[in-house]
Design a protein around this ligand. Structure first.
Ligand code: LLP
Length: 423
């Protein structure tokens, strides 16, 4: 459920009509609903009730400082994957004891940043990374609390570009070698081995793969404990999918996902961390665009929007589906059209959808891409020198620009012309 509903014939974000934001900010823009962000966080937090847990928001999904502030105030933890994300999390007010540092290739500089600033846990993904982290910790005179990410060789049954739990994927250490690797970690001077980490992929639409992966984690936890490791924390990753296509089956709910956790690892007396990103932010955001032209092609109509692949890359990158709805509510029985929905960028890949059936729209109308709050703005670029798309946060009847659209000059002046090219 989200808070983007038609009221009086106009699509609203909470209590704010979208045309009001468009008149202030121009199009395209992202808009996020605070109430939806909060609701989605609580679904996980309440689903985990009775288990010692921390919901660590995977901020790669949407790392605007205002969104992070909403999460930090709710008491969420943060899952970060770079020095930049760590710094954003700290700046947004996440206590460092709630920041988990994940990622397949952390540099010594990133390790130093986290260890000197403080961190709940670093998730280590390889033997060379274990050794590097131990060296950095010893140099700084601290001990690094760690979990080791295991690769359970489970097929998450999702898009190949976002599946991470198969043995051929770059992530984690093979589960079959876990005992040996934990033994090495325990012998390294700068490390405190606290737990096990796993993340099998993103946009999972069935619970079976979780059940299998978490079952393997539970088994491994018992074995590692019998080997003498003090396994007291399990980081179970993120990945629960959201309904992008209204006509498709609804993916499992957070409450059902939390039941799988309870059933598989609930009796291990561990602190449990989960790292949802998409489910918290995805349906909390829209991308609103204007219709520039409706163009008649040879055998089709092109709906040319002022948003493009640089603003929302998911359709071009993963063939992802986003519902596209007119901001003015279509009256029952109004005309339907079939469009190839495209942006102005100079490549055919800049296509949001082919043959999309939707209510017919005209030049100057506004349309909204649903489910665009996660992996939308964060993946945007300035390709074709299109300034980064602005972001807006709504809370009830208020809205604020939380990242303005850069002026052309700001974009241009970031580049530096070397002295020998001047004059
Ligand atoms: N934890 C780890 C270690 C991750 O790698 C990810 C996502 C998450 C948690 C959060 O997963 P979520 O709950 O958001 O599914 N750009 C792609 C998605 C990439 C996901 C990468 N890792 C997309 O637009 O679909």
């Amino acid at each position: 459920m989200d808070h983007f509903l038609y009221r009086d014939g106009v699509l609203h974000a909470e209590d704010v009509p979208l045309p009001e934001i468009a008149a202030t900010v121009g199009t395209p823009f992202y808009v996020y609903s605070t109430a939806t962000l909060e609701r989605h966080y609580r679904l996980f937090d309440e689903g985990m009730a009775g288990m010692d847990h921390l919901v660590c928001y995977a901020m790669k999904a949407n790392s605007n400082q205002a969104v992070l502030t909403v999460m930090a105030r709710l008491g969420a933890g943060a899952d970060v994957v770079s020095g930049g994300e760590y710094s954003r999390a700290v700046a947004a007010g996440f206590p460092v004891e709630r920041i988990v540092f994940s990622g397949v290739g952390k540099t010594a500089d990133e390790m130093e940043l986290a260890l000197s600033g403080g961190v709940r846990q670093i998730n280590v993904e390889s033997e060379p990374e274990l050794r590097r982290l131990s060296e950095v910790a010893v140099r700084l005179g601290v001990t690094a609390p760690i979990a080791i990410r295991i690769n359970p060789d489970v097929d998450a049954r999702t898009h190949e570009k976002i599946a991470t739990g198969r043995s051929e994927n770059k992530f984690g250490v093979p589960i079959g070698r876990a005992r040996e690797i934990y033994a090495e970690a325990a012998g390294l001077p700068g490390l405190d081995v606290a737990g096990i980490d796993v993340h099998i992929g993103s946009q999972l639409t069935d619970l079976g793969p979780y059940e299998r992966a978490y079952g393997k984690v539970a088994e491994l936890a018992r074995v590692l404990r019998s080997d003498g490791h003090d396994i007291r924390r399990l980081d179970l990753g993120g990945g629960l999918g959201i309904p992008y296509e209204r006509s498709n089956a609804v993916p499992p709910l957070p409450i059902d996902y939390c039941e799988v956790i309870r059933r598989t690892v609930g009796d291990l007396d561990c602190e449990i961390e989960i790292e949802p990103g998409r489910l918290i932010a995805g349906n909390a955001g829209l991308l609103v665009a204007g219709v520039i032209y409706v163009k008649a092609g040879q055998d089709r109509e092109f709906l040319i929007l002022d948003a493009a692949m640089n603003d929302l890359v998911r359709p071009a990158m993963y063939g992802a589906h986003h519902e596209i709805v007119p901001v003015t509510e279509p009256v029952p029985g109004s005309e339907q059209a079939t469009y190839d929905v495209v942006g102005p960028v100079c490549e055919t890949g800049d296509t949001f959808s082919r043959g999309r059936k939707m209510p017919s729209v005209v030049e100057g109308d506004l349309v909204a891409f649903r489910s665009a709050g996660a992996y939308g703005a964060v993946m945007a670029s300035e390709y074709n020198s299109r300034p980064l798309v602005p972001e807006v946060l709504v809370s009830e009847r208020r809205f604020a620009v939380i990242r303005p659209r850069p002026a052309f000059d700001e974009m241009i002046n970031r580049d530096i012309i070397p002295s020998w090219l001047k004059g």
